[in-house]
Design a protein around this ligand. Sequence first.
Ligand code: IDP
Ligand code: MG
Length: 140
Amino acid sequence: MSLTLAILKPDAVGAKKAGKILAHLEGAGFTVKALKLVSLSKAQAGEFYAVHRERGFYAELVEFMTSGPVIPMVLEANDAVAKLRSTIGATDPAEAAPGTVRKLHAESKGRNAIHASDSDENAAREIAFFFSEFERIAVR
Ligand code: IDP
Ligand code: MG
C-alpha cells in the first residue's frame, strides 16, 4: 500500500460536491487516512504550487485556490499516486476519460475540482505540507 494527497478544490467544495467526490474516491478503493477543511492564504497556495511559478496560469491558480475553502486528504491504496491520477482524469475535463472525477464534476482546466500528487516524492512533500505529525498518526 502507498499514500497520495488529494485536495478537493474551491469549485467542488463551493458547489457542495465534496460528499459525492469523497464517495467516488472511497468507491474506487481508496481509504481516507487524514482529512480536514482549510482556507489557504495566498502565500500558502503560492508555496504549494511553487513548481508552477513560471507558468502563465500561476497567478490565476493561486487566486482560484484561495477563493474558498479546500479539503486536503491523505488517501491510501495499492499504487496510490497512479491510481488517483487515473481516477480523477486529465487536467482539462474536456479531455478527461468518461467516469472520472474531473469529467463528472469539473468545469474547466483551471476550475477542475481536485488535485492529486504526481509522484511518490511529491506525495510525501504535499502530505507534510498540509498535515502535522499529530494529524498523520493514522498514516504511519
Ligand atoms: P494537474 O492538477 O492535473 O496535476 P498541473 O499541470 O500540475 O495539472 O497544473 C496544476 C493546476 O493548475 C491544474 O490542476 C489547474 O487547476 C491549473 N492549470 C493548469 N493548466 C492551466 C491552464 O492552462 N489554465 C488555467 N489553469 C491551469
Ligand atoms: Mg500537477
